[in-house]
Design a protein around this ligand. Structure first.
Ligand code: TRP
Ligand code: ZN
Length: 873
């Protein structure tokens, strides 16, 4: 264990800081081996009884402490920082310390990414730079002076405006930055290095000129244009949809190769994982382009939701993340296809977030207790958090929601706020009572709706009975009914909408559920209707309603809401997947009715549906999505059924798939939504075709697409089809790809990921071999995620192999990563802590693996928290 025993922090223990820091002048003498940091802070006592200033600090070498420029001896270093005793009520604190960026493999604080020095301070990284009040409710004005060798580090960047610069005779130069907006230290950033710079500008709605600069590794300029386009689109969108303008004269983005997460919203100086900046048609897929647009938007939108209004404490993380994810989702929806974006987001929620809620890491979107904050940057806080904001948007409507946003900024601009503050602003601006709704912030788990209905032909009445129930989660036994918006629509047999009414009153499509069981009666219903439930996925819940096949097929054709069409198709397939899993376990032949295939054939051949929507409907649910249908998961059965469905679809619809494939070729590559939709449809046809029995034809087709492709979307789609359908050409294509791209890590990530998720029986030994591949390194989080992360998360058959080999492999990797990069290690362990979801044999092996890890020397807080939760569950 650590020298400092992990301590649990509780949300309800929040107290205001005893001291505040209003201004801080930072001075960095940079070098990779030893960087000297001088921090001069203006400190003010806020609690009159406090005379000890307690600062956070980790892995720092203290050189000097002065108070009001006089050396101060009355202090003590502790495991987690420093205690300075008998301080005056207002003073200047100067601290000088050293750090060693070159040894920083955790990528938290100041570290080396390639040849550049950069920082990552969220959540609690600033304490790895200097001793400070490292908490988000301490907001100070930062000024930063950076000195470094000019040849090695020609660009010296920090937050705010560049106000001075100069040179020394000895080859060093310096730059002084000043950020006029008070901010918590987690938004501090510094970058030093040599880059190519893409420059542009943006004129804000009020005619202010903003310089835009994107810094990338030398030679990558051409790959940064899409990021710049996305940035300008995001800036304009925030003005038109939210009325929010940028507030500094300069906005910089730096792309780095070594980064634990997607990107970071540091004030005026966003630092990005290069994966979310760099794109050209030959190296990036359509999904990469969309990912860049989304993440560029996300970080930019944080300037208001996160930076101008920040979080009071880290338990409030969803205040900025849920809201900002909602904003980036809306940005992407407004730019491209709203329906397709919604489906993509719901898929992530259902496959990953529902699984988290059913795991030992279950927590509300506003957690109650935390050991290591880095463990709570989760799909629950981010994606379920965004769903909670979306439900408020549904309840209030766009106009009242925007009024709520304005009130929120009016009240909290320039300060640190809570989730309660946000909901209060929404409630006050709309006059809609959100008291019951707020339970979504404190209750974890996935609610389940069980819906039954009854039609009374004599009275022409239709009655819905809705029950809601949330099962106990590991963190919380008692669950209460939630306020759930349930968006529905009724259809007559001819497809016409039946208006919702009762007693002469029109009823809104969004029903408000409040109780464990409720009834809703509709009259003037002249025939037994077909009901569309949860339109646009109006709440993050599981739905149980006993649909007939014919009703689902009807909804696939007639639902007005595109999400419902997709969802009806998913429900139809899910019925047969569940049935066939049971067949498989009882050794009964697998089967799929002709009517189901015909329904999918009709979608495939539809001339009215958006091509991208057809592609999504034709994409079978992933093995992880399917797994959430079961309390105890059988990975082998799920895989076998999925393979059976793929082959059946391919053989039964071969000619149609082939024709649609041919009809959706795009000539040259353009980043344009219509073209992307065509490529998505064409490539989902190719994928299915690859599973057909006629291997000669499909191999030729796949090989041809791979060889003729002038863009990564098409070549990767072909390679993926070859690998997943185990076509004989796969090895030849894989080695061609390797030859061509081995020097490009971001491209090789795709190649690693394909092999990690291969259905071939020796997938694990291949992954082990790839650990020694020339393009692989355990020092780069992107490589780890694409090879090891993809294997443990998305190759359930191999990871959960009954001989325990997958678990042993993860233990080996985590043993090394535990000290190298605890954050990345902690994300990788997720599939191993879900032992209650597996049969006894697997659960025992997983238990043993966790116990082995618990005994590691210097087990990180990150892994400790998850392992102990799993073992105690
Ligand atoms: N605030 C970042 C975002 O969501 C998240 C982030 C980036 C982060 N880097 C991190 C969180 C490192 C924890 C650790 O946009
Ligand atoms: Zn964010």
């Amino acid at each position: 264990m650590n020298s400092n025993q992990p301590v649990t922090k509780y949300r309800l223990d929040y107290t205001k800081p005893d001291f505040m820091i209003t201004d801080i002048d930072l001075d960095f003498e940079l070098s990779p081996e030893i960087t000297t940091v001088t921090a001069r802070s203006q400190v003010i006592q806020h609690n009159a009884t406090a005379t000890t200033l307690v600062l956070d600090g980790e892995d720092l070498k203290l050189l000097a402490i002065n108070i009001n420029d006089i050396p101060w001896q009355d202090y003590q270093l502790t495991g987690r920082g420093i205690e300075i005793y008998h301080v005056p009520s207002e003073f200047t604190l100067t601290i000088v310390n050293e750090i060693a960026p070159i040894n920083n493999t955790a990528l938290e604080g100041l570290y080396l990414s390639g040849d550049a020095l950069c920082t990552q301070c969220e959540a609690e990284g600033f304490r790895h730079i200097t001793y400070y009040l490292d908490r988000p409710d301490v907001l100070a004005r930062f000024s930063t002076r950076i000195t470094a060798n000019k040849i090695q580090f020609p660009y010296l960047l920090s937050n705010g405006n560049r106000i001075a610069q100069g040179e020394f005779d000895d080859g060093r130069h310096w730059v002084q930055w000043q950020d006029p907006f008070p901010k918590p230290c987690y938004l501090f950033a510094l970058v030093a290095g040599d880059f190519d710079v893409l420059r542009d500008q943006f004129i804000t709605a009020s005619q202010r000129k903003v310089a835009l600069e994107i810094y990338v590794d030398k030679g990558n300029l051409a790959r940064s244009e899409w990021a710049m386009t996305s940035l300008k689109n995001a800036m304009r969108w925030d003005e038109t949809r939210f009325g929010l303008e940028y507030d500094l004269d300069i906005f910089m983005i730096v792309a780095v190769d070594f980064f634990n997460m997607g990107a970071m919203e540091n004030k005026g100086l966003n630092v990005f994982n290069s994966k979310y900046v760099l794109a050209k048609p030959q190296t990036a897929t359509d999904d990469d382009y969309l990912g860049i647009e989304g993440v560029i938007g996300h970080e930019y939108f944080h300037n208001w939701t996160g930076n101008r209004v920040t979080c009071r404490d880290w338990f409030q993380l969803s205040l900025k993340e849920g809201l900002t994810v909602f904003r980036d989702q809306e940005f992407s929806a407004d730019r491209g296809s709203r329906a397709v974006k919604r489906i993509d987001d719901v898929k992530i929620l259902r496959s990953v977030q529902f699984a988290e809620d059913a795991s030992p890491m279950a927590h509300p979107i506003r957690p109650e207790q935390v050991i290591e904050m880095n463990n709570f940057y989760t799909v629950t806080v981010y994606e379920k958090g965004a769903e909670v904001i979306r439900m408020m948007h549904t309840l209030l409507g766009e106009d009242k929601f925007q009024a709520g946003m304005r009130l929120y900024f009016e009240r909290h601009d320039g300060s640190a706020a809570t989730c309660d503050d946000f909901v209060q602003a929404m409630q006050d601006a709309s006059a809609i009572d959100l008291t019951h709704f707020k339970l979504w912030y404190s209750q974890s788990g996935t609610p389940e709706l069980t819906i039954t209905d009854q039609y009374d032909a004599n009275r022409q009445q239709y009655t819905l009975t809705v029950k809601q129930q949330t099962s106990a989660t590991t963190d919380q036994q008692e669950k209460k009914p939630l306020h759930i918006p349930l968006d529905i629509e009724l259809y007559a047999a001819n497809g016409q909408i039946i208006p919702l009414q009762y007693n002469g009153h029109k009823i809104d499509n969004v029903l408000n559920l409040h109780q464990a069981q409720e009834m809703f009666v509709f009259d003037c219903v002249s025939e037994k209707p077909v009901i569309a439930l949860l339109r646009d996925f109006s709440a993050p819940v599981k739905l149980h309603y006993d649909y007939q096949d014919s009703e689902l097929i009807f909804l696939m054709q007639h639902a007005t809401n595109a999400f419902n069409r997709y969802d009806a198709a998913q429900m139809l397939l899910t019925k047969y997947i569940v049935k066939n899993v049971s067949n498989y376990q009882h050794k009964i032949t697998l089967s799929l009715p002709e009517s189901v295939i015909d329904a999918f054939r009709a979608v495939l051949l539809s001339s009215s549906l958006d091509a991208a929507l057809i592609a999504q409907i034709l994409t079978l649910p992933s093995e992880n999505e399917i797994a959430n249908q079961f309390k105890v998961v059988n990975p082998d059965a799920i895989h076998a059924i999925r393979q059976f469905l793929l082959t059946t679809f391919a053989n039964e619809m071969f000619d149609e798939l082939y024709a649609v494939y041919m009809n959706n070729k795009t000539a040259d590559y353009r980043v344009e939504y219509g073209d992307m939709a065509k490529r998505a449809l064409k490539n989902s046809c190719l994928y299915l075709l690859a599973f057909a029995d006629d291997k000669t034809t499909v191999s030729a087709l796949v090989k041809q697409q791979y060889q003729q492709a002038n863009n990564m979307t098409d070549s990767l789609a072909a390679l993926n089809a070859a690998v997943k359908a185990l076509l004989v050409c796969k090895d030849e294509l894989l080695s061609d790809f390797d030859q061509r791209w081995h020097q490009d890590g971001l491209v090789m990530d795709k190649w690693f990921m394909l092999q990690a998720t291969s259905p071939q029986h020796d997938a694990l030994s291949n992954v082990r071999t790839l650990l020694n591949h020339r393009s692989f390194t355990l020092n780069n989080p992107n490589r780890i995620r694409s090879l090891i992360g993809a294997f443990v998360n998305n190759n359930p058959v191999a990871f959960h192999a009954l001989d325990g080999s997958g678990y042993d492999f993860l233990v080996e990797v985590l043993t090394e990563l535990n000290h190298k990069n605890p954050q990345v290690a902690s994300r990788l362990i997720d599939p191993l802590i879900r032992l209650q979801r597996y049969d006894e044999k697997r659960a025992n092996l997983m238990h043993q693996a966790l116990e082995k890890l618990l005994k590691l020397d210097n087990l990180s807080r990150d892994l400790f928290e998850k392992i102990t939760k799993a073992l105690n569950a």
